[in-house]
Design a protein around this ligand. Structure first.
Ligand code: TUI
Length: 314
């Protein structure tokens, strides 16, 4: 059994968080991961406040275990989404794509744990000072909106810089990734891509198939120029985006091309002009399983690896 401060902080059995992916992480997936002993997280980035309220209600019907909501801080309706989270009995919030500092006190007053994603040591220190309960150090191997540093470089530097527990994210898809994360000093992991293909994940079948087919070099980062670099599978949309970027297209033009494309992929199954966000670890995601099978397989692999590694010493 791998124990850490993350299990105690979040009142969960296994130190695995499921990434709160926009259009992908619905109540069904989050509840299944929480029921499996991890922390399921609803991705609210593309939700209206009403939809989020409904998803939280659904998650509570499907699990009695703790679950979380991810807030994408660039969301148009962030203030309203924050209100929903504060008022609807959500125990944990993760944040991405910005600074959650202004909401920290209000969440804590409601007893909500706040775990921001951070892409650098400076940001980690700032948010620890601001009261973050733990931090997710997310490397550029991740899908979706990414920072510059790799997980391997970021995690140990963040671990050395803060006292709160650190959760590693980016490029983790099996027990080897969990064992490596703990070796770097992390006390938990956040996994997104592997859960895209979970049976309980409601994303379009074509999206799951695309992740299963993807190899190690099939993702690219688009949108560096817009200030919002996003890792997606290289398809016609990605190629068109890169062509326009290389040709000096304006930020407005690029944002217009990207608008609504994640929905096209996740809901309509458009794998040609849709934005198929996923991490570099997609190459090792080869089978569909239940969330419970995924969580248990990853944790038993990690335990075996950590035990066997002792044989390499001395
Ligand atoms: O947020 C994510 N990943 C996401 S959000 C998303 S939705 C989206 N859709 C279309 C275009 C763009 C996004 C898809 N994937 N991960 C967490 C994350 N946060 N990664 C990096 C960061 C981050 C970056 C800068 C966090 C803080 C930060 O600070 C900047 C500052 O100084 O405020």
């Amino acid at each position: 059994m791998i124990k850490s401060r993350i299990c105690e902080l979040l009142n969960i059995k296994y130190p695995i968080l499921q990434g709160g992916m926009a259009w992908v992480s619905t109540a069904e997936l989050a509840a299944a991961v929480s029921n499996a002993g991890g922390l399921g997280i609803i991705g609210s980035a593309a939700m209206t406040p009403e939809i989020l309220r409904n998803e939280i209600k659904k998650a509570k019907e499907l699990t009695s275990k703790p679950f979380g909501v991810n807030l994408m801080l660039m969301s148009q309706q962030i203030k309203e989404l924050v209100e929903v989270v504060k008022n609807d009995g959500v125990p944990v919030v993760t944040t991405g794509a910005g600074n959650p500092g202004i909401y920290m006190e209000a969440f804590h007053k409601k007893g909500i744990k706040v775990i921001p994603v951070i892409p650098s040591v400076a940001f980690a220190k700032r948010l620890e000072r601001g009261g973050a309960d733990a931090l997710i150090a997310e490397g550029t191997e991740s899908g979706g909106h990414v920072g510059e540093l790799t997980t391997m470089a970021l995690v140990p530097q963040v671990v050395d810089a803060v006292k709160v527990p650190v959760i590693a994210a980016g490029g983790i898809g099996d027990g080897r990734g969990v064992a490596a994360s703990f070796a770097l000093g992390a006390e938990g992991v956040q996994i997104g891509t592997r859960f895209i293909v979970a049976n309980e994940c409601t994303v379009h079948e074509n999206y799951k198939e695309m992740v299963i087919k993807a190899g190690d070099r099939d993702t690219v980062i688009t949108g560096r120029k817009t200030g919002h670099p996003v890792r997606i599978i290289e398809n016609r949309l990605a190629k068109e985006f890169m062509r326009l970027e290389a040709g000096g297209a304006s930020v407005e033009e690029l944002e217009k091309l990207g608008a609504g494309k994640l929905r096209s992929a996740a809901v309509e199954g458009d794998m040609v002009f849709g934005s198929v966000m996923c991490g570099q670890i997609a190459g090792l995601v080869k089978k569909r399983q239940s969330s419970k099978e995924i969580v248990e397989e990853i944790m038993s692999e990690a335990e075996a690896i950590l035990k066997n590694l002792q044989n390499r010493v001395g």
